[in-house]
Ligand binder design. Structure first.
Ligand code: DAH
Length: 347
């Protein structure tokens, strides 16, 4: 019975969705609330499956709203999916005065400068890495289901264990290396504090919010007596500096294998501060999910021979493209690698 009632609500809501002026209203549909309210009335054995199906529906709707409501604010829309004219004449080369630095490069310089002023060292990641750094060193045991979230590209070359080398799907691959590189700081009673902005890769279905190649900035801070309050204050400070205004933050519990506890970090919308229910950036929610973070898992420290009974630390990983899209109200992540001059010349 569970599936049929969810299917019926789904059909109803999808129809209603088409008629709504404010698309995000669909997420407040009473029928959705009623489905959630039904869970406790079911036999305990049926609740899990029913709950999963409702979550899948609610995710589907959120995704739809997000895709349909993010539109350009002050950048000119361009059709990124239009194919290039392969027979076009070779353009005469632009003179260097006409060129500009790519918006992602500009912003990576900008955010690195902020972190640097906050006392973080800046390091680079790699574009080919091994599975030990991608998974084992950050506490994903072999066959752990969370590995599925990081599907990426493989090369035909293999590492010493015979596993294919991969294009890293996150910058957390650098955690173990950074702990080892800066371990002497701890011995000298100084913190390890480093950020790593660099390129990552995922096997994604491409759309306005998903690219196969994008940027993350990873951050780590390890010392004695580090606590979650320091993590939150650091991120809030960074984001306020980056967006040039006071912002509120909210943390929700989350799961990552490499942090315990783990959090999802939400930011009050820098565009509308929650005051515009038609806001294109936050869809009127007032909050934006921005990054993952948490307290570094003791196993991650142990794997780099750092004693977790003496030292603790926090880590975070943030999508740079997302930060920049929010800063400039860019509606489609594919612009960044589209090589279209009408987009690039706006920066
Ligand atoms: N590596 C995570 C990802 O790409 C992001 C992340 C989350 C990094 C939490 C962290 C962290 O360092 O603590 O999904």
């Amino acid at each position: 019975m569970s599936d049929t009632s969810i299917d019926a609500v789904r059909n109803l809501l999808l129809l209603r969705y088409e008629t709504l002026e404010t698309k995000s209203d669909i997420l407040k549909a009473p029928e959705l609330k009623q489905l959630f309210a039904k869970i406790p009335t079911l036999a305990p054995g049926d609740r899990g499956e029913f709950g999963k199906a409702i979550n899948a529906l609610s995710q589907e709707l959120k995704q739809k709203v997000a895709t349909d409501t993010v539109t350009v604010d002050d950048r000119t829309p361009i059709d990124v999916s239009a194919s290039m004219d392969v027979n076009a004449l070779i353009p005469s080369l632009l003179s260097s005065e006409q060129g500009t630095i790519h918006p992602l490069s500009q912003e990576i310089t900008n955010l690195s400068a902020i972190f640097s002023r906050m006392g973080f060292a800046i390091e680079e990641s790699r574009e080919i890495d091994d599975q030990y750094h991608m998974f084992e060193s950050v506490n994903f045991p072999k066959d752990h289901p969370a590995r599925d979230d990081y599907d990426t590209f493989m090369t035909v070359e293999t590492d010493d264990n015979g596993d294919p080398l991969i294009a890293p799907a996150h910058t957390s691959t650098m955690q173990n290396r950074m702990l080892r590189k800066y371990k002497s700081n701890l011995e000298n009673n100084e913190a390890i504090s480093v950020v790593i902005p660099d390129r990552v890769f995922r096997n994604e279905d491409l759309d306005a919010r998903h690219e196969h190649t994008f940027y993350q900035v990873e951050g780590m801070y390890v010392a004695k007596d580090v606590h979650a309050g320091m993590l939150i204050a650091t991120l809030q400070e960074f984001l306020q500096e980056y967006y040039g205004q006071q912002l509120e933050v909210r943390v929700n519990p989350f799961y990552f294998p490499f942090t315990e506890p783990s959090f999802e970090f939400m930011l009050s919308c820098p565009f509308c501060n929650g005051e515009d229910e038609n806001c294109k950036v936050c869809s009127g929610e007032g909050w934006i999910e921005l990054l993952g973070c948490g307290m570094i898992h003791p196993n991650v420290l142990k794997m780099a021979d750092v004693d977790p009974t003496i030292y603790t630390g926090f880590a975070f990983g943030c999508g740079v493209d997302r930060l920049v899209m929010m800063k400039h109200a860019i509606e489609d992540v594919r612009h960044f690698h589209s090589a279209k001059l009408d987009f690039l010349r706006q920066f």
